[in-house]
Design a protein around this ligand. Structure first.
Ligand SMILES: Nc1ncnc2c1ncn2[C@@H]1O[C@H](COP(=O)(O)OP(=O)(O)OP(=O)(O)O)[C@@H](O)[C@H]1O
Ligand SMILES: [Mg+2]
Length: 208
């Protein structure tokens, strides 16, 4: 059984991650791969429980505890969902992963980024490819208003916070294993850019 792959979609709120995660999962299915689509925080029962704890905003966590809770949820997600799927040969499409902790708790809330990187080492898995969906904040806000629904803990934070998160994601997009995607384009154009970005991974999985 060949090992599967892990592809993460990252970016700020309203960038289109969930929309494109669905389209990417469909694309990979069409390419003949078994696909598991999942999300963070969450993706396993214990991690979904922590999602509620983290996103409700009921508790004003200190940033160290908040970071570790995100990492704990991720460790559970990897152990219960991601690693078993990859070992069974599935391609895992993950809506947010460790870069979100770096962007939100690190760049956004000021927690030491070297320490976040150390915590990231405990997760024991690195995505084969991370797609960073980049969209100007004003475009994202318009999309979120049109989508409706209640704001979570991070959506309620101020615009300076979101500017730091977006700037952080732009730095992260230049790191190895990452591709920046212009997510301000229409859905179909973003889908096409993402399909192109995963082509090398698809080819390498097929072999010569
Ligand atoms: N390229 C696009 N152009 C216009 N609207 C879009 C585009 N992509 C997504 N949308 C719409 O914008 C809204 C936000 O998209 P989506 O929920 O996929 O973003 P997200 O990154 O998952 O957000 P969140 O971080 O809040 O989960 C949705 O209503 C979606 O239909
Ligand atoms: Mg989403």
């Amino acid at each position: 059984m060949p090992r599967g792959r892990l592809i993460a979609l990252e970016g700020g709120e309203g960038a289109g991650k969930s929309t494109q995660a669905r389209l990417l999962a469909d694309f990979l299915c069409e390419q003949g791969f078994p696909v598991v689509r999942t999300r963070e925080p969450g993706g396993a029962p214990g991690a979904e429980f922590l999602r509620g704890v983290l996103l409700s905003g009921q508790i004003d966590w200190c940033v160290e505890a908040e970071t570790m809770l995100h990492v704990a949820a991720r460790v559970e997600h990897v152990a219960k969902t991601i690693r078993p799927a990859i070992e069974a040969g599935s391609w895992v499409v993950c809506d947010r992963f460790h870069d979100s902790t770096m962007a939100y708790q690190g760049f956004g809330l000021g927690f030491d980024r070297d320490r976040i990187a150390v915590l990231g080492g405990m997760i024991g898995i690195v995505p084969d490819l991370t797609l960073v969906l980049d969209v100007p904040r004003d475009v994202a806000v318009r999309r979120l208003r049109a989508r409706g629904g209640a704001d979570d803990r991070y959506e309620r934070l101020n615009e300076e916070f979101h500017a730091r998160v977006n700037a952080g994601f732009r730095q992260i997009a230049a790191w190895p294993g990452h591709v920046r995607i212009d997510a301000s384009l229409e859905v179909e154009a973003v889908r096409t850019a993402i399909a192109a970005a995963v082509q090398d991974l698809v080819r390498s999985a097929r072999g010569p």
